[in-house]
Design a protein around this ligand. Structure first.
Ligand SMILES: [Zn+2]
Length: 436
């Protein structure tokens, strides 16, 4: 038995009164964050002016300052749970730490700037609870949170409730958040799991994520999008076109934006649920699963809806597979971003110079193979597992999963038309280029 931390997320069906309370808690978190930030800035200035004064930089010091000041600056503080303020201050303490770590070179990745104030409607509405009642009720359709009380969940909490009843799970925190107009609760749960060392299944499967299908497997199986998702996607592309017909800054534009965000959130939820089913069956039925690497540079730059959707689907697939392969003892291989899985012939390894997103069929000019584009890509991904086996290279699951592999002798190629940085050049891209 191993203890893993798992999140269980449920959409809520709050009453109008509860909606106000949810918004109030997120507002309180934002208020405390901004208050703390102002205090830090003020103290920094005083220090720069030569005063010997302490600058609160950590959660305990920020909380201490807040508790001293709250009666003055927020006489209404008792309306919300104290976790709301702690949650905002915690966010600030993390942002401050990220900033100083980044400045000192202790943090990888993008350079972090000094925290900026959070503006209503411009930041994510969220608030985290760690104390007080955090419960999933026995009727499996209600949860209880501090101050907010009994809230109805949109879907059944069966899976979590069952684990809690069996005593194999313990709730350690709960966070509320809003996406478009929908409220969610996410429980952070400590779960007892038996994790097999390896499921030793010899089967290898390559998975290509798309927009037309939820996924195409190298076995030839195409997993269709659920019907509700299909509908959401059609609506999404229509709204996306409409948005650009309205003038920026107009109320029509504002309205379309809001509507678009709602449909986007719904589509993402539907796809996440469908992917959960898929990733579970992949991780239990196969020994090795190969997926594409997400092209982050391309993701930021690409503004085409189809590409953005398939990228977010891929990100979600990988996220789920990363932990599920470790739960079920299978292994995950992530292809190098420059592995030309779409442009290579899965029969003879001939590489096509250019393949646009509109070309749905891959036609090999060397051996004459005609095959569905996504299936071809999935087969190439599955082939990658052989190279990996030959070189003795293994992907550890979980955090190590983003290590990259590339079969020897492959030319570093641009991944796909339309995903390259804006340079517009064709030909090869140096692998170093991806971190630039
Ligand atoms: Zn061929």
């Amino acid at each position: 038995m191993t203890t893993v931390i798992q999140a269980y997320r449920y959409a809520l069906d709050p009453t109008p009164r509860q909606r106000r309370a949810l918004a109030s808690h997120c507002g309180a978190a934002r208020y405390a964050y901004n208050w703390g930030l102002q205090l830090v800035q003020q103290r920094l200035e005083q220090r720069r002016a030569g005063e010997d004064i302490e600058v609160p930089w950590t959660l305990p010091t920020l909380r201490w300052q807040w508790n001293r000041a709250k009666h003055q600056v927020a006489p209404w503080w008792a309306e919300n749970s104290r976790d709301a303020y702690a949650s905002g201050l915690d966010g600030l303490a993390r942002a401050l730490k990220n900033f100083s770590d980044s400045k000192a070179g202790r943090r990888k990745g993008r350079r972090m700037g000094f925290p900026r104030p959070k503006r209503k409607g411009r930041c994510r509405d969220a608030c985290r609870f760690t104390t007080g009642p955090l419960r999933v009720e026995a009727d499996r359709h209600h949860i209880t949170l501090p101050r907010l009380g009994n809230l109805k969940t949109h879907e059944s909490t069966r899976k979590l409730a069952r684990r809690l009843e069996q005593g194999t799970a313990r709730i350690i925190a709960a966070a509320i958040s809003r996406t478009a107009d929908r409220w969610f609760v996410s429980f952070t749960v400590e779960v007892q799991r038996t994790i097999p060392a390896s499921n030793r299944k010899p089967s290898v499967v390559g998975v290509d994520v798309g927009v037309r299908h939820l996924a195409v497997l190298s076995t030839g199986q195409a997993i269709p999008n659920p019907r509700a998702l299909e509908r959401s996607l059609r609506k999404l592309s229509r709204l996306n076109r409409q948005l650009h017909h309205h003038k920026p800054g107009s109320s029509h534009r504002h309205q379309s934006r809001r509507r678009l965000a709602q449909v986007h959130a719904r589509a993402a939820n539907l796809r996440r649920d469908a992917l959960h089913k898929l990733t579970r069956s992949l991780a239990t039925e196969h020994g090795t699963i190969v997926v594409e690497q997400l092209n982050l540079a391309g993701m930021v730059r690409n503004r085409r809806l189809a590409r953005a959707l398939s990228d977010s689907g891929l990100a979600e697939l990988r996220r789920q597979l990363t932990y599920k392969t470790s739960w079920y003892g299978s292994r995950l291989i992530v292809a190098d971003p420059f592995y030309p899985s779409s442009k290579t012939c899965s029969a003879c390894r001939w590489v096509k110079a250019k393949l646009t997103l509109a070309e749905r069929t891959f036609c090999c000019e060397a051996c004459g193979l005609r095959i569905d584009r996504d299936l071809n890509a999935a087969r190439n991904l599955a082939k990658l597992a052989q190279y990996v086996a030959q070189s003795g290279w293994e992907t550890p699951n979980a955090r190590g999963a983003d290590r990259k592999t590339q079969p020897a002798g492959q030319v570093a190629m641009k991944r796909e038309a339309g995903t390259e940085p804006r340079s517009g050049k064709t030909g090869t891209v140096q692998p170093q280029g991806r971190t630039a």
